[in-house]
Design a binder for this molecule. Structure first.
Ligand SMILES: Nc1ncnc2c1ncn2[C@@H]1O[C@H](COP(=O)(O)OP(=O)(O)OP(=O)(O)O)[C@@H](O)[C@H]1O
Length: 541
């Protein structure tokens, strides 16, 4: 006996295919004939049945009281999944087990238990998640899914191609993907290139194929941040997408022409999401205020526009600001200026997100480019956002050797002293040491000779045999008599014993004699054409 994955009723295992083909109307086994829910074949057990089975067995064990009401049976092609949740994105594991709150498990599982779980998640989810549109009508600023939108037409006629959604952060890529899955009734699995490996993805393909064969239901795979998958990882999508085994919805914030392999692009439609304008963001914020029944006079339309202007087209950022402002606004005697000041710290950058790396990278590159204004700007921005000064000072130690290097050997001690100062003094005073070091590094001459020299050696070590070449015998250590007898170190000329320390002696292994790793110049040979343009103003005829 098995539970049908579509209608959840008991069917003889040998007749399951006929039962599904005939619209779940035939070959049903009377409930009385079913000895126990435990007999359900695990392969066919849906998340819903799994939950129910677990609850009841726990109840039998006296460990848990089942609370979820019995779920209504789902009907193929009629069932529409429940609204996508205000929860976090599904992990692969959750997707596999259908237990997540994402759109993914929805059409598999009975509705009632899922609702119970959703409401709990909804309470703890951040405002941006709670406000995730549950209908295309609530998606702002994206004509593609507006009343006459191209993508909306495809969704409404259920002709959903594999696609790449290209747009900035917080413009609605994930939301639209979930709504597509919701509307189409397809199985939905979300993966993220940062947490899903090739093996996971292959497993999903296999499951999708099984599902398609068994029930005729398609699987939509939503792959967030596809640009972070390597080219060979992207390759694995080609076959299943071409064969229609899965529908891929890939999201990227990067230009897909550069970041998605051509073979995959040619199998997908690319849709570009618009950057949300301030008016769109204000509408989203107003809807959030209304939904949350927030009527604080501090959060008036001016304040909402202020949030929008800082969000740079990112609805999530705008909603996060509002979320914070809503809780601040309940403090007694707080003013609008206080709220703005408090928020400025989070507005500058997200210390744990990409901004953390982007800004330190910008600081490093500005120092390398000897631009003290930009360097100080990025330093100030990080400090104001509460960045750890030790994180900054550690990077300055690297800069001192990587970029200034031999051109000014005093910079490495300065940078290590700055690190020590940050450790001993802490903020806010150590900001002064940091500024001193940043400007000194900026103004110092630059040399990458030592760094490049090492890079040349590392490259040479990849050549066959180079890493294991014998050390010349006269340079070898001779700690034992035997070694001495073997001539280790015998012919070595000790430089201080010679006039001016000059001797004629080879140091490299024999096979490398004559190889030069340290380059003569600090810089490469490329000409910056932009610089030429700058230096040679156009001559008028
Ligand atoms: N166009 C939009 N209309 C209304 N709300 C939106 C829109 N875009 C984003 N949001 C809000 O921002 C939140 C985040 O959106 P979503 O996850 O869809 O962005 P995304 O484009 O996938 O971003 P990322 O690239 O950072 O993953 C949603 O939960 C929703 O509240």
């Amino acid at each position: 006996m098995v539970a049908c994955p579509l209608c959840n009723k008991q069917v003889k295992e040998s007749l399951i295919n006929e039962h599904i083909d005939e619209g779940c109307q035939t070959h049903l086994v009377e409930q009385n004939d079913t000895p126990s829910a435990q007999k359900t074949h695990s392969f066919f057990s849906t998340p819903g049945t799994r939950r129910t089975t677990t609850s009841s067995s726990n109840a039998r064990n006296g460990t848990q009281t089942p609370t979820a009401p019995a779920a209504p049976p789902a009907t193929p092609h009629v069932e529409r999944p429940v609204t996508p949740p205000a929860g976090t994105k599904r992990s692969l594991d959750e997707a596999d087990h259908g237990q997540a709150d994402g759109a993914g498990g929805q059409s598999r599982s009975p509705v009632a238990p899922k609702r119970t779980k959703l409401s709990v998640l909804q309470k703890v989810a951040p405002l941006a998640e709670r406000m995730r549109p549950t209908s295309l009508d609530h998606v702002c600023g994206q004509e593609l899914v507006g009343p006459n939108g191209l993508l909306r037409g495809m969704i409404e006629t259920n002709k959903i191609p594999s696609m790449v959604l290209w747009g900035g952060p917080g413009t609605g890529k994930t939301t639209i993907a979930r709504l597509i899955a919701n509307t189409s009734g397809a199985r939905f699995v979300e993966i993220n290139s940062t947490s899903s490996g090739v093996a996971d993805v292959k497993k999903i393909f296999a499951e999708a194929f099984k599902e398609l064969q068994l029930t005729g239901r398609r699987t939509i795979i939503f792959c967030d941040e596809i640009h972070r998958f390597s080219k060979s990882q992207q390759d694995i999508f080609l076959g299943p997408v071409e064969a229609g085994q899965v529908t891929l919805i890939a999201a990227t914030t990067e230009n897909p022409s550069f970041k998605v392999i051509n073979a995959l692009l040619s199998r997908c439609r690319t849709f570009t999401l618009a950057k949300l304008g301030d008016d769109d963001l204000v509408r989203i914020l107003e809807r959030a205020m209304a939904t949350e029944s927030c009527s604080s006079p501090l959060l008036d339309s001016d304040m909402l526009r202020y949030f929008a202007s800082f969000a740079n087209g990112d609805a999530r950022t705008a909603l996060n600001l509002l979320d914070l402002a809503m809780s601040l606004s309940t403090k007694p005697s707080i003013t609008a200026a206080d709220i703005k000041r408090e928020l400025t710290r989070t507005l500058v950058y997200d210390r744990n997100g990409d901004q953390h790396y982007d800004t330190i990278s910008a600081l490093h590159k500005s120092i390398r480019g000897s631009d003290p204004h930009a360097s100080l700007y990025y330093l100030g921005r990080m400090l104001q956002s509460g960045e750890d000064p030790l994180y900054i000072s550690r990077r300055l130690i690297v800069v001192a050797s990587e970029d200034v290097g031999l051109a000014d050997n005093t910079m490495l001690p300065l940078a290590t002293a700055t690190h020590a100062a940050c450790q001993q003094i802490g903020m806010p005073e150590c900001r002064i040491n940091l500024a001193h070091c940043v400007v000194a590094l900026c103004l110092a001459p630059k040399s990458t000779r030592s760094y490049r020299g090492l890079a040349n050696v590392m490259a040479a070590l990849d050549e066959p045999g180079v890493a294991g070449l014998p050390v010349p015998i006269h340079l070898r250590n001779a700690p034992t008599r035997l070694m001495k007898e073997m001539g280790y170190g015998a012919e070595y000329k000790y430089n201080p014993s010679y006039v001016d320390g000059r001797v004629s002696q080879d140091y490299l292994p024999e096979k490398l004699i004559g190889r030069q790793f340290l380059e003569d110049s600090d810089f490469g040979t490329k000409l910056d054409e932009d610089l030429e343009d700058e230096l040679l103003p156009e001559v008028e005829d």
